[in-house]
Design a protein around this ligand. Structure first.
Ligand code: PEP
Ligand code: MN
Length: 357
């Protein structure tokens, strides 16, 4: 259930409503007023409320409208908002502005190295991904590595280099944040906060990203073996905490077959379009773990309806400190960008199938 608060309601009416809800749920559930698209809303699980309270709510002076949402995730659901969300990325004062998602929007390509390794590596890659036609630069400054003996990223120095790359190219930048206490720092440098697969259910991190003061959009990667519902509930944490700017990223899920690093779940894209208004992008690099599969899976992701791609690119993949096996070269990126432009032209021409006679 989502309660849309009447804009003209008094603070006394709102306080009364909040107290009523707290009492009705035995003070055991968080009841939060969240601002979404300039409307104050309260999302809650209506099964916790008795019939009398539900009736009182329909007539409460602080409430303009009640939207019934039966799925466990509420604010991210299409039952709450049918129109597809368009996520604005990039502060126009420091880089180009890019929009991800929305009806019939052209797919956005995010590209760059898995990890920021050095000034030269990042700036060279940034210029070449821009020349290849990508609109957003990626690069990990804080790397969640499986082994403690692997390269862990340059940390804050990596953030400075990303800011320099943005200044050089005008491209907005995305980088991963792993700790709640680092969210505000990373948000100063990054135009999108990436929450990685290993942290999809790091709830304090989701809340911190939801509350980030600069309201930076969040790219939420699907957990290593997360169900669609767990993923949407993770997105719900961010939105309910006050940040509606969430982009989902399908990056493959664990499977039994080691031939590919993960199993790219392309069916989740049309499925998510039924369930959520949030845009979904595809990461064919982590999904496959093999650069030779990246072009085909990029096309497949766009054909399935993804709002964009995130691709790992390295000027010399063989020497990459992280994920070289799945990194493509700038030349390969250029041909993928060209292919998906052509593909998009075909897809927008699509006409509904005529009924079978
Ligand atoms: C990454 O984008 O480099 C990364 C670590 O991705 P994931 O969280 O999907 O494994
Ligand atoms: Mn990587």
């Amino acid at each position: 259930m989502i309660l849309i608060i009447r804009m003209q309601s008094s603070s006394g009416e709102r306080t009364h409503l909040l107290n009523l809800l707290r009492q009705a749920t035995g003070n055991q559930r968080p009841i939060n007023l969240t601002i979404i698209d300039e409307h104050e809303v309260i999302a809650l699980d209506e099964s916790q409320l008795d019939a009398a309270t539900r009736l009182v709510l329909t007539q409460h002076p602080a409430i303009e409208r009640v939207v019934h949402v039966t799925t466990p995730y509420k604010l991210v659901s299409t039952a709450f908002k049918a129109e597809r969300s368009r996520i604005k990325v990039g502060d126009a004062s420091r880089c180009q502005a890019v929009t991800i998602g929305g009806e019939d929007a052209a797919p956005v390509v995010i590209a760059g190295p898995c990890a920021v390794e050095s000034r030269e590596q990042l700036l060279t890659t940034a210029q070449s991904v821009k020349a290849a036609g990508a609109q957003i630069l990626r690069g990990g400054a804080f790397k969640p590595r499986t082994s403690p003996y692997q390269f862990q990223g340059l940390g804050v120095e990596g953030l400075h280099l990303l800011a320099e790359a943005r200044e050089l190219t005008g491209l907005p930048v995305i980088t991963e944040v792993m700790e709640p206490d680092m969210v505000e720092t990373v948000a100063q440098y990054a135009d999108i906060l990436q929450i990685g697969s290993r942290n999809m259910q790091n709830f304090p991190l989701l809340l911190a990203a939801g509350r980030n003061r600069l309201q930076r959009p969040v790219l939420l990667k699907r957990g290593l073996s997360a169900t669609i519902e767990e993923w949407l509930l993770a997105a719900e944490y961010i939105v309910a905490a006050g940040n509606p700017n969430v982009i989902l990223c399908e990056r493959g899920i664990r499977s039994f077959d080691p031939h590919t690093r993960n199993l790219l779940d392309l069916a989740c894209i049309p499925l998510l379009q039924e369930l959520t208004h949030l845009p979904v992008i595809v990461d064919p690099s982590h999904a496959t773990g093999r650069r030779e599969l990246v072009p085909t899976m990029s096309r497949a992701g766009i054909a399935a309806g993804a709002a964009g791609l995130i691709l790992e690119v390295h000027p010399d993949p063989a020497s990459a400190l992280c994920d070289g096996r799945q990194s493509i070269t700038p030349e390969q990126l250029q041909s993928i960008v060209q292919e998906i432009r052509l593909l998009t032209q075909i897809l927008v021409l699509k006409t509904p199938l005529s009924p079978v006679a």
